[in-house]
Design a protein around this ligand. Structure first.
Ligand code: BJ8
Length: 427
């Protein structure tokens, strides 16, 4: 048997805390083993997800660093938000990655810089940096942040003391004048990425990047469409991980793997095969994004006897539902098309955000959801506030609704399980 590759020298060269990182990997590996592997009748093609989970902090990082070393990639560009256009990074031969922000880490150190009552996602990325346990953060040459919620906006001021950062200004209102400002902001980012990567964007490069990312989103749309079937061909947990992987894995490899999963799920739908029996209560998840390895809620819903059939979230439909128009020929036309596509993302930072309510109700109908579980991470004012509008929209559409506020810790798991079980019984 081949000797296992030792990634410790690589992590050490990135300046990581090896002992703590080993501990983190052990805990995440255990969680993955407990939540994903015992699932019933998983599609065989989800073995790709096991591959992603195994390689996420090791093989994938080595692959990115090797590409840079070989001159096949210019820079690694990290981000924390789906408003940062990955097409632009790819057009400069950069590697776009979503950065770790889905688990509590080094909280004591974090609270020396950020208030205790900050949302767990923000505390998490600060903790991963201060604890030196995220190889994505450490290997990023540039981190692109965004002025979305107040917490992130202010936390980036601290994060910029730790990493090379660039912050995009995201509008808070969807109208014609803010679209003009946003288009200019996307062009400013393109200039910044060109400078950082030392590559001039050409129409050919940008066209190819737009096409590659569209293909990835098409594959995710194809997989998502199979989940309208009863029985659902794939679990919510596995589906969530496909989108989480889309922020980290190589674009063409991921696209191929998701298309394989979609093809298998289409066959399953045809054959009436599912991960849970026909008639299992179907849940639409909506709310804050769930960054890796935050799988808690999905695990609880599916352990309670439901099946998650869709995610109206940035780790869900908001990531893949819209494509960039591929008809542009000049760089300017293509950057405008990118801006227009990203402007459709209905983050709760926008006001008013009526389109999000329409999207939620439409998704619930298309996926034949029996109920909506709306989730806000603790101290996330945006999604907490918006939950009232989501509840009203669900009520008007006659769809049972429940709201949950939670964090990354496991302490509320028992209580949440009871609430979710009770909700499933009433629908
Ligand atoms: S486009 S949802 S990925 S900003 S949970 S940090 S909002 S306090 S993540 Fe998001 Fe972009 Fe919007 Fe999507 Fe703030 Fe809320 Fe924390 Fe959040």
């Amino acid at each position: 048997m081949a000797e296992e590759f030792d990634f410790h020298p690589m992590w050490e060269s990135l300046g990581m805390n090896l002992a703590d990182h080993d501990m983190l990997l052990g805990a995440v590996g255990q969680m993955y083993g407990d939540m994903f592997l015992p699932q019933n009748n998983r599609p065989k093609s989800t073995s790709y997800l096991d591959f992603v989970a195994t390689n996420i902090h090791s093989g994938r990082i080595k692959e990115m660093l090797d590409k840079k070393e070989a001159g096949e990639a210019t820079k690694i560009v990290g981000s924390f938000c789906v408003y940062v256009p990955e097409e632009i990074v790819l057009a400069c031969d950069g590697i776009p990655v979503g950065l770790c922000s889905g688990a509590d880490w080094a909280t004591d150190k974090v609270e020396e810089h950020l208030p205790r009552n900050t949302c767990p996602l923000i505390k998490s990325f600060a903790g991963f940096k201060l604890g030196e346990v995220c190889p994505y953060i450490e290997s990023s040459d540039l981190v692109v942040g965004e002025n979305t919620c107040d917490g992130k906006k202010k936390a980036y001021e601290f994060f910029a003391t730790q990493k090379n950062m660039y912050v995009m200004d995201i509008p808070n209102v969807h109208d014609e004048s803010t679209l003009v400002t946003w288009k200019a902001e996307v062009k400013k980012l393109a200039a910044k990425i060109e400078e950082e990567c030392g590559v001039k964007i050409t129409p050919e490069r940008l066209k190819a990047a737009i096409h590659a990312v569209n293909e990835k989103r098409r594959a995710l749309q194809r997989l998502a469409a199979t989940r309208a079937a009863d029985p659902a061909p794939i679990s919510g947990l596995d589906s969530l991980l496909t989108v989480q992987a889309a922020f980290m894995d190589d674009t063409p490899r991921l696209t191929g793997a998701i298309n394989d999963m979609a093809a298998e799920c289409e066959q399953r739908v045809e054959a009436g095969e599912g991960v849970a029996p026909k008639g299992t209560k179907r849940i639409l998840y909506t709310g804050t994004p769930m960054a890796v390895p935050n799988w808690k809620l999905f695990n609880l819903i599916e352990k309670a006897g439901g099946v998650v059939v869709g995610e109206e979230s940035c780790t869900g439909s908001r990531y893949y539902k819209d494509l960039v128009d591929e008809s542009g020929e000049t760089i300017d036309e293509m950057l405008d098309a990118i801006a227009e596509r990203y402007f459709k993302i209905n983050c709760a930072v926008f006001t008013p955000n009526d389109q999000r309510m329409k999207d939620i109700v439409q998704m619930a109908k298309d996926l034949h959801a029996d109920g909506i579980v709306d989730v806000a991470l603790q101290f996330c004012t945006l999604y907490e506030m918006e939950s009232f509008a989501v509840e009203k929209a669900a009520e008007e559409a006659g769809i049972p609704f429940m709201h949950i506020t939670t964090d990354y810790a496991g302490e509320d798991a028992g209580q949440l399980q009871t609430r979710i079980e009770a909700f499933l019984e009433t629908i």
